[in-house]
Design a protein around this ligand. Sequence first.
Ligand code: SAH
Ligand code: SF4
Ligand code: F3S
Length: 460
Amino acid sequence: MNEDMTVYISSVRELMHTRVGGVPLAYVRTYGCQQNVADGEKIKGLLSEMGFEFTGSDQEADLIIFNTCAVREHAEDRVFGNVGALKNLKRRKPDLIVGVCGCMTEQRQVAERLQKTFPFVNMVFGTHVLHRLPEMLHRILSDSQRVMLLGHEEKAIREDIPIRRDGRSRAWVTAMYGCDNFCSYCIVPYVRGREKSRRPDDIFSECRSLVESGYKEITLLGQNVNSYGKGLDEQVNFAKLLTRLDGIDGDFRLRFMTSHPKDASEELFDVMAAGKHIPHHIHLPFQSGNDRVLGEMNRKYDREKYLSLIAYARKVMPDVTFTSDVIVGFPGETYEEFQDTLSLIKEVEFINLFTFIYSPRPGTKAAGMPDPIPHEEKTRWFAELLKVQEGIAVYNCKKLVGSQQRVLVEDRDQKTGLLSGRTAGSLVVLFPGEDSLVGEFADVEVTDAKGWSLRGQQVH
Ligand code: SAH
Ligand code: SF4
Ligand code: F3S
């Protein structure tokens, strides 16, 4: 940690303590993808250093931070609604500090609108300046300034930000930041900036210390992990990084997301097949099954290339499972073209799909394309897709009945009261068991498939 950061941290610690007359409470709400969750854990790491404890209730908090996502319009609308709802709370608690950060704020017009619409918001800051949170809080506390800090993409990656992890058995580790792909519908490259890879040594030591402290699952993060290593002095790519991390001793799973089909390589699948710790599951977003639409999306692969990747992965890992992301109703997509998406889904038999109706993002290329299909019609296509996928998901679950699976137990399912764990292939299994199993591996025999999830019994 550099000296400036340390000075601001101790100053905020004292000022906050005096302001609330005890230990200050923070409520940090994160929206969006795992990258944002990882950022949220850094924000909490810094706050923890500054003496904050955490609460799940905005009503009792002394500091509220919304860590936002800009990927679809709906995500942004929710944030405007939720920040707006704080108006009354702030009236009752004038000392409450409110901050908005994350991807939404990296769009200048949105950041300005947030600041203008909500005069009670004390700070608005972007994704590249997390390390300056102590300094921003210091400015708010010492001279009641409103702070807006955006842009400033730093050349070097900050390795000195403390992390307060939400989980004790599963951890997120950023492998790379940013995205250079500019898929025509997507806002991420604009809000997250250019790709930057962390040094392999830094990733290795973080992962090793996680395993040493008992973490059972590490997920490496990047918008396109397959372009890991570009711009580093070391000669390294993602497959080589995985091989090195797979060499860490211990009982743990090493996952990663997201893999872009344009860069997914046979080398990567070979490394997965040979790995000791790498589950045979790949999240490989295809977005559309139609070549014209894929071209317009600027995805840089076609249906054939996608299917050949799937075939190769299946060849080297017969038990591999796939999940994916898909967009319905991209501008200009016809119903016939949408049928190609359905046929791809049937061909691959994903165990799970993350499905989205296209949402125009101002400033992206697709937002300027003619989009004649009404929203209601896209909603009907969407429902058609969900129905097809539901059948496939149920079929995929049924196939596993009678098999024995090693699951990592995540928590207790609220509805059934059963333990909930995940197989290597990333399917959920519910089974009866003691609380002490949470965060541990268990061997389970699959006895039944109920809709999207499996039921089982522990085998001893
Ligand atoms: N980097 C990852 C995805 C990040 S965004 C990748 O390339 O696969 C997560 C998902 O949100 C995308 O895969 C896409 O399916 C969806 N998405 C992104 N922008 C969208 C938009 N404008 N409208 C609808 N869905 C979108
Ligand atoms: Fe968005 Fe494409 Fe980058 Fe993924 S690869 S974050 S979809 S631009
Ligand atoms: Fe959303 Fe930003 Fe992730 S836009 S999906 S939180 S990178």
